[in-house]
Ligand binder design. Structure first.
Ligand SMILES: *[C@@H]1O[C@H](CO)[C@@H](O)[C@H](O)[C@H]1NC(C)=O
Ligand SMILES: *[C@@H]1O[C@H](CO)[C@@H](O)[C@H](O)[C@H]1NC(C)=O
Ligand SMILES: *[C@@H]1O[C@H](CO)[C@@H](O)[C@H](O)[C@H]1NC(C)=O
Ligand SMILES: *[C@@H]1O[C@H](CO)[C@@H](O)[C@H](O)[C@H]1NC(C)=O
Ligand SMILES: *[C@@H]1O[C@H](CO)[C@@H](O)[C@H](O)[C@H]1NC(C)=O
Length: 484
């Protein structure tokens, strides 16, 4: 029998000597019937006893009255057994796997074999089938997700995926995101995997300092090292954390080599590179592996990047910044009551990470407009002969970042701006969004699109303020390639 997976589709169940399931697949028919009913129900009052029905279902499970099947849950590789008196009708309502098992069973007992983690939460899982609610702890999410997947309880499975994406920043003594990432990878849930990866990337400094860092897999380490969107203090911080990971995990040398070659040495100031060459045991051991990269980095530091770009390819990752939070790269910006009016703000960065440029400062002016109207929208107002509105509901938030003065040093460099937007989640300040642009957030298209800053309770506001961090990243154009 072909079964539909959606538990929302109403199922009328007839119980005879065998269980027959008759499904009304035609939702339109029952939908129309419901509408009619709703119309005549307008004048009626709802007596709502669904809570006590749920309590009765729970009692049914705990007392086992009228049970027609005994579940024997065996923990694999042990002789532990958990016995649950259940009702086949309830089990099959949400699970076609239980339906199949119950149709093919020989006796009134169903033997189920589960791993210790899954056996530990099996009661909770069955209770969900009876009551439709479940309380979940961080350390139970994977086991419950496994059970929901094994028994095809899709609603629960989806709910757990959602729970995990929403609880990445929750406190846990040993960390849980890395475990969730591995699980998502194993079951091929790309959405969950990407959420975990994004969380780890956007919150890398905390992860590097946590006990969880040492436990990340080689695969995860290497995929993090490839990313340009990592948010962390500095590239030096990443190098030092990598050294710690390698000391702890002692991977094969090809892994060490791949990892070391993913470090962006051009982004580490030369004085730190000197120190690492003398003091980092890892760098000394693998010096030959990265000798060419270090040489390139020192060349980068010794002249203006534009000089370098005439002869070498500077459009490669060693010269591409990530999102560094240290003060030479940008500045935090807290905007109180952001909907009130336009705000401006000035900050300084180094001209570039090259040793040649790092002592030159650039002053940036940032302008935040809470309700900025695109030109096209403004022209409609003037066409209609109305005054140009200063405040309207149609406008959208915008930030523009421009240099206070121009300089010949800017030739051949494009400064990419990144605005990091923080929000509070489970009582913690976490990165909520990252927007990249060159001059104006208009380029990003969706800047603070769903932030709804007018609402005091907006998820994007922390104590009625908008918490931003602006990073300025010089990107160099390869003159060599351009000339070809
Ligand atoms: C009945 O009450 C429950 C819980 O109090 C509520 O979730 C549900 O929406 C109510 N149903 C109706 C039809 O009002
Ligand atoms: C369940 O069974 C017990 C005896 O086994 C009985 O005392 C109790 O009233 C029953 N409960 C219900 C809700 O039928
Ligand atoms: C049911 O019994 C048959 C024959 O006794 C046996 O071959 C089969 O494995 C049993 N099935 C289950 C699910 O125990
Ligand atoms: C990073 O994660 C830690 C631990 O979960 C949390 O306390 C912190 O607020 C997070 N920070 C950001 C910027 O996401
Ligand atoms: C740099 O290289 C990337 C891919 O390697 C390419 O997409 C990009 O257009 C290049 N940029 C410049 C300015 O050459």
């Amino acid at each position: 029998m072909v079964r539909s997976c959606e538990q929302e589709i109403p199922a009328w169940v007839y119980v005879g000597t065998l269980l027959f399931f008759i499904h009304f697949h035609s939702v339109t028919v029952s939908g129309a019937a419901l509408k009619q009913e709703a119309a005549s129900d307008n004048a009626a009052t709802v007596l709502n006893h669904s809570m006590s029905l749920v309590q009765r279902m729970e009692t049914l499970l705990t007392m086992g009255n009228g049970s027609d099947v005994t579940l024997r849950v065996q923990t694999i590789n042990t002789d532990e057994v958990k016995v649950i008196q259940a009702h086949s009708l309830v089990l099959t309502l949400q699970s076609d796997v239980f339906e199949e098992l119950l149709l093919t069973r020989n006796s009134s007992t169903l033997v189920l074999r589960e791993t210790p983690e899954c056996a530990a939460v099996f009661d909770k899982f069955v209770r969900y089938l009876y009551c439709g609610d479940i309380s979940v702890r961080l350390d139970q999410a994977i086991s419950l997700h496994k059970l929901a997947s094994k028994y095809h309880v899709w609603g629960l499975q989806q709910g757990l995926t959602q729970y995990m994406t929403q609880h990445l920043s929750s406190d846990s003594p040993t960390g849980h995101v890395v475990g969730w990432y591995n699980y998502a990878l194993q079951i091929g849930d790309m959405t969950l995997r990407d959420s975990c990866l994004q969380y780890l990337s956007w919150n890398l400094s905390s992860v590097l300092q946590s006990g969880e860092w040492g436990s990340i897999s080689e695969d995860l380490l290497l995929s993090l090292l490839q990313r340009s969107d990592l948010i962390l203090q500095s590239e030096l911080e990443l190098y030092e954390a990598l050294e710690g990971w390698i000391n702890q995990n002692q991977p094969v040398s090809t892994t060490v080599e791949t990892a070391l070659r993913a470090v962006r040495y051009g982004m580490i100031p030369p004085q730190h590179l000197f120190r690492l060459q003398k003091q980092s045991a890892l760098m000394q051991k693998y010096y030959e592996t990265i000798r060419d990269l270090l040489y390139l980095a020192f060349q980068f530091h010794s002249a203006s990047p534009i000089q370098l770009a005439k002869y070498f390819d500077v459009n490669c990752s060693i010269f591409t910044p990530r999102n560094y939070l240290s003060s030479s790269w940008g500045s935090p910006w807290v905007i109180n009551s952001p909907t009130r009016d336009d705000r401006s703000f000035s900050f300084q960065t180094q001209l570039g990470p090259s040793g040649h440029d790092s002592s030159k400062r650039v002053t940036w002016n940032a302008l935040f407009s809470p309700r900025w109207l695109p030109l096209s929208a403004r022209s409609t107002y003037t066409e209609l002969g109305a005054m140009q509105p200063t405040r309207t509901d149609g406008g959208r938030p915008r930030i523009i970042v421009t240099p206070a003065t121009s300089s010949p040093d800017f030739a051949g460099v494009s400064f990419q701006k990144t605005v990091i937007v923080m929000a509070r989640q489970q009582g913690k300040v976490v990165v909520r969004h990252v927007y990249n642009f060159h001059q104006s957030t208009e380029e990003a298209g969706d800047f603070l699109m769903d932030a709804d800053l007018q609402r005091r309770a907006s998820e994007y506001l922390i104590d009625s303020s908008l918490y931003l961090h602006i990073v300025v990243k010089p990107l160099y154009h390869t003159l060599l390639v351009a000339r070809k």
